[in-house]
Design a protein around this ligand. Structure first.
Ligand code: ZN
Length: 302
């Protein structure tokens, strides 16, 4: 399958029962085979990193709203956020709310923000929990999180809600950069070992607006973000399946995380976009997992 047609790829995923449309772009159900491949890939990542000594944590898909405020998320990505609103009114207002909804009138102005927002980045929930002084070796944590980005799109690899297998390294600049470089090679090798035509490139985040364009240029110049990309819906614009981010002191200073010798900690993270990797596998090897190449099957179903 070397022809690239986002709509056709979407329709093929649906007709093979791999994804189930729900009527909103970028949101869909996942069939059993899709989930099996996703879990197998995640298991492969776990096996690969078994001896790294990472702590495993899981946070829910909603985070404390203060995290978004503290990291200045809205300065850079207001277009991607998803806040959670609820109803705080009394009986008469509740009746008006029902009335408005049942008669097709606008009703969202009757809700107010809660203390939580949807989580826009797999590693965000971690940082406020590790304020203070790190052990001498720093910290390594792995998580598997649902992430929300408000990016409705008809093409299947651009989702509003998806899972990321994340690793976060916090420590001195040397510890963090050495770890990032090790994983950049390891992640690339991992995807290539599954027969995927993966390559790595310097990347930037989708910052909002005109200031955002300049931030993206600066991010690229400083080589703070790398992605491992695989062609899934386009040959010219391959899909980012794994992203590596060096945050320098950003989270260390925001959440007062210090190294053992009292310096502000540096951090880096990497995330495998699990649904995207599954889709890259289907695009590359076809929709029938039984006919995938033997060496790929051996890696995923050992
Ligand atoms: Zn991250």
């Amino acid at each position: 399958m070397t022809d690239y047609d986002p709509q056709q790829f979407h329709d093929d995923l649906v007709s093979h029962g791999l994804i189930v449309p729900v009527g909103v772009q970028g949101v869909f159900g996942r069939g059993a085979v899709f989930e099996d491949v996703l879990e197998r890939f995640n298991g492969l990542v776990t096996r690969l990193s078994r001896d790294d000594g990472a702590q495993t944590l899981t946070f829910p898909p909603v985070i404390n709203r203060q995290i978004l405020e503290k990291v200045h998320y809205m300065d850079s990505f207001p277009h991607l956020c998803g806040t959670v609103s609820s109803f705080f009114g009394r009986d008469s207002q509740a009746r008006e709310l029902s009335e408005r909804i049942n008669t097709g009138k606008p009703w969202h102005d009757m809700l107010a923000p809660t203390e939580v927002t949807l989580n826009p980045a797999a590693c965000y929930p971690l940082y406020p929990t590790i304020s203070g002084t790190l052990p001498p070796g720093g910290k390594l944590v792995t998580m598997l999180h649902w992430v929300f980005r408000h990016e409705p799109s008809p093409e299947p690899t651009r989702m509003q809600s998806f899972r990321v297998r994340e690793f976060v390294r916090v420590g001195t600049p040397d510890q963090v950069v050495e770890w990032r470089d090790m994983w950049l090679q390891r992640g690339l090798t991992l995807l290539q070992s599954l027969g995927l035509p993966a390559s790595s490139e310097v990347a930037s985040d989708p910052f909002f607006g005109r200031t955002g364009k300049m931030m993206a240029i600066s991010q690229k110049e400083q080589r703070l973000k790398f992605e491992v990309v695989v062609p899934v819906i386009s040959a010219e614009n391959p899909t980012a399946c794994c992203s590596f981010n060096f945050h320098q002191e950003h989270f260390g200073s925001t959440f007062d995380i210090r190294t053992a010798d009292g310096q502000t900690a540096n951090s880096a993270c990497l995330g495998f976009g699990l649904e995207r990797i599954v889709m890259a596998l289907f695009k590359t090897h076809g929709f029938d997992v039984d006919s995938w190449p033997g060496e790929v099957r051996a890696r995923l179903w050992p």
